[in-house]
Every structure is written in C-alpha cells, then in structure tokens.
Write a protein that binds this ligand. Structure first.
Ligand code: PLI
Length: 460
C-alpha cells in the first residue's frame, strides 16, 4: 500500500528573500576541517542549503510577523500569554499551560516534577534532550518502541508505535510505582520522523492509566503526526488535523512541546497538563529556571507568533504541503537507489548511512562522515543521527550503538523551493555514485553532555 502524497506547489508566495552563498569545494574542505568535521560547528553563512534542522529555521507567515508588532512586553500577565493559552487549549485541549523558552526547558520542568531517583522512564525511542533531562533527574530511559522502528527497510506506516508487550513487561518487571511516566514522541524524530497511530495512543493510554502511570506526549511535531493519521489510518480521512490532534491529546496527561518546529517560530516551547498539582509543581520551577509563569523565557512577541503559528499549523493544507515537500525529495533519492529510511518521515529524509558507506564501520562514525562529505561535495548541511547523537550509557560509559545510523536531511518549513530539493537530490545521487571513496572519522574531542553538538573529529 502506498501512502505517497503527490507533489504540491507551494501554498504561499515569497515576500522577502535571504541571499545564500555559493562556495567552491576547496573553500568547503577548509571550512569542514575548521569545524572539526562536525556540521554543527560550521558557520551558517558558509552553507548553501541548510538542512541541519527544522528547529527554529522555519519561515513565519505574514500573520505571524504582524503579531510580532503586538508584543506586550509586560513582565507579568502579558496579553500574548493569554492568547497563547487559549490557542493551546483550542489545538491541544490541555487544562494548564506552562510556557518555556524551548522544548528542552519544558522537558526539564516535567522531568523535575515527575521523576524520582532510580525510576524508569519508558519511551518510543530516545530523544537526545529528553533523555538527558530524564537522566539528570536520576531516571533511566527504556526504549519501548516497536522493533520495526529500528529497521530502515520496514515499510510499516506507523513505525513510531509503542510496543505494548514491551511496555507491559516493563511494568511487570519493575513495578508500576517505579515507572515515572511514559513519553510518546509524535512523530518519532530519531526513527526517521515516523508517526504513531491513534489506535496505539489509545491503547498505551489505557494500559498506562490502568497502572496509574502518566502519559506525556512529546508534541513537538504533533500536527505532522495528526496529518499522517488523517492520511494513513482508517476512519480519520474526513477529520481535520485539529480534531485529530485533540483526540491524540485526550489519551495523555500532559505534554512537552518545542514551538520551534510545527509552529514555524524561531524560539519558544511549553509544557501542558490537566492535573492541578502537576501544573503547580511546574509553575513553581518555571520561575526559577525559565522566567515568570506568564512568559517562561519568551518575549511577548514570541508568544504571539507561537500562538498564531499553532493555529495555522492546524490547517490541513499547511501540513499537506509540509509532508509533500519531504516526499518530493525522498522520491527523487529513492528512484536513484540512494538507501533511505522507509517510508518517508515527516520532517526530513533520513539517509541510511550504513548502507551508503558499508566500508565505514559504526565505530568510525559512519553517518558523521557522510554528513560532512555531503557538505564538502555540495554545500548542503545535514545532521548525523546515529552513534554520535546516541552518546554513552550513563552507567557503563560505553557508546550506545543504535541500529539506525542515519544522516538527516531536515526540511525547514516554507524556506526552500522544489529547485533547491532538486539540487540536494542531484548532489547526493552524485556522491552516492562515488561512495567507495568514503572514509571514517576519529573523535578527538568529546563533550560530556549531548556530545553531537560540539564534538570534533579528524579524518582517518
Ligand atoms: O530544541 P528544543 O529544545 O526546542 O526541543 C527539543 C526537542 C524535543 N523533542 C523533539 C522530538 C525534538 O525534535 C526536539 C528538538 N529537536 C531538534 C533541535 C532537532 O533538530 O530535531
């Protein structure tokens, strides 16, 4: 069964442009070396097409930019906070909003409120900042995603689903009282932007609540997930993204959210929940770590842009175009035989680096090496999502070795046109034709936390 969304012309026109720099291969070789072969350490102005991330890199609409001028920068009780609160209730349906400067700020508040030292925190695959905050609070992350998620060639339409057998086994083995909560990422970033089905969310909610365990949604790309439910799950084809999203949230107790993705904003985030005591706990910490409970580290204008972006992201055609853009790039690469995580995910195209560079072992940072080669070859910046991102086991100190060793070509929303994606595809196809030249890397500097951001490498 194919779920392909046909190519779709941009549902917007361009009002302002930002020039990009076209560089030579020699220039990029030097820039890569100076950056320690880490695409995070490149200067943005040395990048031609920037597919590092879809986080904070999106183009806001005129409605959002107009909202920026309505920023109420009062320290307390900004009108933009109240608008954000009403937009969150309309889109997500939670009772309480706790604003945060971005997603990881919200993860900090939730982890602090819910995790006791030594507790287990299951989730559908780890996410870097989420697991980091869980571990900082003394929690142990446990992956309970379906096995299909770890297999790049498995075509299951809902590879983000929680494996209920794994989750139930964990409850039995550890005892429900030793489980802090379960996190469900929608979509699952490190699995390749793969969605979770409504049926799975419902069943996870039932199992968790039967055992008195809270369900926390990582709602960072929840609108994309809702669109996948609309197009892939029976019974949802005639429902709106907003109706689907509200139903998704109804099976959960709260959420963390980075506002920098689906809402097209450059900064922002929030935590949300239904329970009064949980909200009170987060509000007492937000003033210590983020800012007052009515701004949480954001300017009033940022809250306005985020609220407006949230409402826009619930419009079905916005999500349709979003997914169609990813699929356009995915289809071009797939047709040329470039190995990819299948099926195409929401926020980007994930190249299977192990299959692209089979001669480079994972210990030599296969995906990191491929990401920097893509930059040197074409000026396109991508991101490693493999062994470097996975980091080390907090107890043994050994490197986690994820089955998926990928390079993420992440698609900022409304920023690039189809011809940019043609350039990206053509240059990666060209590199694939010379794939036998690929060499590995050696890590020469490794920071303690979230090492992928700042690690430095040398070519072997
Ligand atoms: O970058 P933040 O702190 O606003 O959000 C953290 C965060 C939480 N959950 C998920 C699923 C994310 O994807 C996420 C951030 N993602 C980044 C920066 C990315 O490049 O994918």
């Amino acid at each position: 069964m194919s779920f392909t969304i046909p190519p779709m012309a941009e549902p917007y026109k361009i009002k302002m442009v930002e020039p990009v720099k076209i560089t030579t291969r020699e220039f990029r070789e030097n820039a890569a070396k100076e950056a320690g072969y880490n695409t995070f350490l490149l200067r943005s102005e040395d990048v031609y097409i920037d597919l590092l991330t879809d986080s904070g890199t999106n183009a806001m609409s005129e409605y959002q930019w107009a909202g920026i001028m309505l920023g109420d920068e009062a320290y307390a009780g900004s009108k933009n906070y109240y608008f954000l609160e009403s937009a969150m209730k309309e889109c997500f349906g939670y009772k309480h909003l706790v604003p945060a400067h971005q997603g990881r700020g919200a993860e900090h508040l939730v982890s602090k409120a819910l995790i006791k030292q030594g507790q287990w925190v299951p989730g559908n695959m780890y996410f870097t900042t989420t697991r980091q905050h869980q571990e900082l609070q003394g929690g142990h992350f446990v992956d309970v995603i379906v096995d299909a998620a770890h297999d790049p060639n498995n075509e299951d339409p809902f590879k983000g689903n929680v494996d209920l057998v794994k989750f139930e086994k964990l409850i039995k083995e550890k005892g429900a009282e030793n489980i802090a909560y379960i996190t469900i990422g929608v979509t699952v970033n490190l699995a390749g932007g793969q969605p979770v089905s409504m049926q799975n969310l419902r069943e996870v909610g039932e199992l968790a609540h039967k055992n008195n365990i809270k369900v926390i949604l990582d709602a960072t790309r929840a609108m994309e997930n809702a669109y996948y439910i609309k197009t892939r799950e029976k019974g949802y084809e005639n429902k709106s993204v907003k109706e689907i999203l509200r139903e998704m949230c109804s099976y959960t107790d709260g959420a963390t959210c980075s506002g920098k993705k689906d809402f097209h904003t450059n900064i922002g985030g929030f935590a949300a929940c239904n329970d009064d005591d949980f909200a009170q706990n987060m509000r007492s910490n937000v003033v210590v770590y983020e800012g007052l409970q009515t701004y949480g580290g954001m300017a009033g204008r940022d809250m306005e842009a985020m609220a407006r972006g949230m409402l826009e992201a619930c419009e079905d055609h916005v999500m349709k175009h979003r997914i169609a853009q990813s699929e356009y790039l995915w289809n071009k690469l797939d047709k040329a035989g470039v190995p990819l995580v299948r099926p195409c995910g929401g926020h980007g195209v994930f190249v299977d680096a192990k299959a692209f560079y089979p001669q480079v072992p994972q210990e030599q940072y296969t995906a990191q090496a491929l990401a920097i080669d893509i930059y040197i070859h074409s000026g396109v910046r991508s991101m490693e999502r493999g062994i470097v991102s996975a980091g080390r086991d907090q107890e043994t100190g050994k490197e986690h070795k994820p089955k998926l060793e990928t390079v993420r070509l992440t698609i900022p929303r409304r920023v690039y046109t189809q011809s940019h994606f043609d350039v990206v595809a053509d240059s990666i196809i060209d590199l694939y034709q010379q794939r036998d030249k690929g060499r590995g890397l050696k890590m020469v500097y490794e920071p303690k936390a979230l090492r992928f951001f700042q690690a430095r490498f040398e070519k072997l």
